[in-house]
Design a protein around this ligand. Structure first.
Ligand code: ADP
Length: 341
């Protein structure tokens, strides 16, 4: 196994956090490759983060070009769109070198398994209602596999639930979750498989349409316009958290990593970048509703590093660069296997 990074190429699908990942890899001295579609090619021609482009007609066709990645000794970096286009099941069959833990994808993509993991880690989770009849406070109804929160709705009673669900005939795969009133906060972490240390990288909240604009018109106008809240994500907004919350964020991040080590079919546990997604209520409880076990788009505002990475690093350190540095250190110390899934 080579211990020189010049023998490797860092590759990813040209979407989601690809700009950050490839810039970070270049900054660490790697050769880089973006897999693009005719629609996304323009982006990577304008922003010169990839040394090479491979074009496919749709991202779902990833496997048609995998041989080229093998020939280039590429290390593929998964991100949210990568997992969604290629599919968690197909990722298991990838032959190219894959950064991260493949086994963890099953745990993060199944709501019940994810909840079991978060519970074991002692996180404060919103209540789940087994039956609509039990609804006794505001709840959010989430459809499984809904992209970007599309179609989620809020109900306050069983009657309201049955009224609203009529708009989704045939849809039975949903979760009824306590609606937590508070502010959304997404915590971005990096856990080093090499050093065993957890780092807080940054925080964000999402900019969602129309949830983030409804408050701009009066309640009466909202009713008159018959508006329905939707959570379609359009961008990410950086946040610096109240400093007294940091010990809690370290504690829960470490607990999630620790508990991941005992999960079935996941021998290496969780490592690399990940994110906890939740709401902080007025009593400062962090109610967590989701884990993303890979780099999240909320790290995109921090290409030049965040207020937190500035404490640890003397140079701009994005999450994309951090993971490239981890791969570089793994290669140079003969431990690449430790960071591949
Ligand atoms: P996605 O499927 O896009 O990851 P999320 O589960 O992140 O969707 O939820 C979409 C939106 O709904 C987010 O803005 C989040 O803040 C909000 N949300 C999700 N769960 C809850 C909850 N239990 N209480 C309040 N808001 C929630």
């Amino acid at each position: 196994m080579s211990t020189s990074i010049s023998d490797f190429t860092i590759a990813t699908l040209g979407s989601h956090t690809a700009l950050q990942i490839l810039k970070g890899a270049k900054d660490e001295g790697f050769r880089t490759l973006a897999i693009v579609t005719p629609q996304t090619r323009r982006v990577f021609e304008s922003f010169p983060v990839a040394d090479e482009l491979i074009e496919i007609s749709r991202f779902e066709d990833y496997f048609t070009i995998e041989d080229q990645l093998l020939a280039k000794n590429a290390i593929v970096i998964p991100h949210g769109s990568f997992v969604s286009y290629v599919g968690p099941e197909n990722i298991k069959n990838m032959k190219a070198q894959y950064y991260g833990s493949k086994g963890i994808l099953e745990w993060e993509s199944d709501r019940t398994m994810e909840r079991e993991w978060m519970k074991k880690a002692g996180l404060n989770l919103p209540k789940i209602y087994k039956k609509p009849e039990e609804i006794d406070r505001p709840v959010i109804i989430k459809f499984h596999g809904a992209k970007g929160g599309f179609g989620y709705f809020i109900a306050n009673s069983p009657a309201e639930f049955y009224e609203r669900i009529k708009e989704f005939p045939g849809q039975e795969d949903y979760a009824i979750q306590e609606y937590v009133v508070g502010v959304p906060m997404y915590a971005h972490y990096f856990y080093s498989a090499l050093s065993g240390e957890l780092e807080i990288m940054s925080f964000d909240k999402r900019y969602e349409s129309n949830a983030d604009s409804i408050g701009r018109i009066a309640a009466k106008d909202q009713l008159d316009a018959n508006l329905r809240t939707s959570y379609t994500i359009t961008g990410n907004i950086p946040i610096v958290v109240r400093e007294s919350l940091l010990p809690m964020f370290f504690e829960i991040g470490e607990s999630i990593v620790k508990q991941s080590k005992g999960l079935a079919n996941c021998p290496k546990g969780l490592f690399g970048p990940f994110c906890l997604e939740g709401i902080i209520d007025p009593q400062l409880n962090y109610r967590v509703f989701e884990i993303s076990a890979r780099i999240v788009a909320g790290t995109n505002p921090y290409i030049e590093g965040s207020p937190y990475t500035a404490f640890r690093y003397k140079e701009p350190m994005s999450t994309g660069r951090r993971l490239a540095r981890e791969i570089k250190q793994a290669i140079e110390s003969g431990r690449l296997e430790d960071v591949l899934g």
